[in-house]
Design a protein. Structure first.
Ligand SMILES: NC(=O)c1ccc[n+]([C@@H]2O[C@H](COP(=O)([O-])OP(=O)(O)OC[C@H]3O[C@@H](n4cnc5c(N)ncnc54)[C@H](OP(=O)(O)O)[C@@H]3O)[C@@H](O)[C@H]2O)c1
Length: 258
């Protein structure tokens, strides 16, 4: 453990990773297994989850459990199937976005997104926090987004769900500190994953690698930071742009260029 680390991930036995079949969640699974943690991997695509498990088995002695299911409709089944594991670390990574004019999508599409990005994340946090409080040890890593710091025209519902994740996570961080439960909010900017294809959005250029995002997030977790924003440009949005300009000004600019 590094000199300044407050939370050593190697003390944890089981990590549960939602959205482990691709992108950022898959990287969390791989990098946590490298640190010696056993992992419970959640996603709908069981073939992709099996590939992640195979690659973990090739590179470590960690145990891997796969639970295939839709977090929106099968959440209770998924929680039931994890009861025998003492999950010390919850990674809420499953999430999705929808890019376009607000009325371009069915309301039902937004409802499903809100349920996944907000309700599922909250319910899993609640369930595992209750377990962690009993052992007075554990942690949660919630994946928000830089989009959550801004009102975003054409990405309005997604950005608003991530604003919830940001505020919820920071509040829990402060509340759970006395119970030795650490909560980290990760707010990535554009990252090279399947997110853009699913969100029907052009990713543009300059994407970060999920490997870098996750390596930085795990370091930030061990240091005990409540918030990790990968990349200089994204940090600038949080620390400078938001403080220098009014929300009205930023939103008008985003409406024109985003
Ligand atoms: N990529 C970016 O630029 C970026 C930037 C900021 C924040 N984020 C956030 O990062 C997180 C991970 O996204 P990603 O970029 O890694 O995208 P991704 O490659 O599309 O991964 C999304 C993951 O979520 C899972 N998922 C989606 N809907 C699900 C459902 N109903 N039930 C169970 N699992 C579900 C997917 O698994 P299955 O398909 O197997 O179900 C997949 O593993 C998301 O919360 C996203 O909002 C991404």
């Amino acid at each position: 453990m590094g000199k300044y680390n407050k939370y050593n991930l190697k003390n944890y036995k089981w990590a549960m990773v939602t959205g482990a079949s691709s992108g950022i969640g898959k990287q969390f699974a791989i990098q946590l297994a490298k640190k010696g943690l056993n992992t419970v991997l959640i996603g709908r695509n069981t073939e992709a989850l099996t590939e992640v498990a195979d690659s973990i088995h090739k590179n470590s002695n960690s145990s891997v459990v796969i639970i295939g299911g839709d977090l929106v409709s099968d959440i209770d089944m998924i929680i039931d199937n994890t009861r025998k594991f003492n999950v010390n670390l919850l990674i809420n990574c499953a999430g999705r976005g929808l890019y376009g004019d607000f009325v371009d999508y069915e309301c039902d599409d937004y409802e499903k997104m809100i349920r996944l990005n907000i309700e599922v994340l909250t319910k899993l946090s609640y369930h595992y926090t209750k377990q962690m409080i009993q052992t007075q040890e554990g942690g949660i890593i919630n994946i928000a987004s830089v989009a959550g710091f801004l009102p975003m025209p054409h990405f309005s519902v997604y950005a608003a769900t991530k604003a919830y994740v940001y505020n919820f996570s920071l509040a829990l961080w402060a509340e759970l500190k006395p119970s030795n439960i650490h909560v980290l909010c990760v707010a990535p900017g554009k990252t090279q994953t399947q997110f853009f294809e699913r969100a029907k959005m052009d990713p543009g250029r300059k994407l970060m690698s999920p490997e870098k995002v996750v390596a930085g997030a795990l370091k930030a977790y061990e240091k005990g930071s409540p918030l990790y924003i990968p990349g200089f440009g994204n940090k600038l949005v949080y620390q400078v742009v938001r403080r220098l300009f009014t929300d009205k000004f930023i939103t008008n600019i985003l409406e024109e260029y985003f």
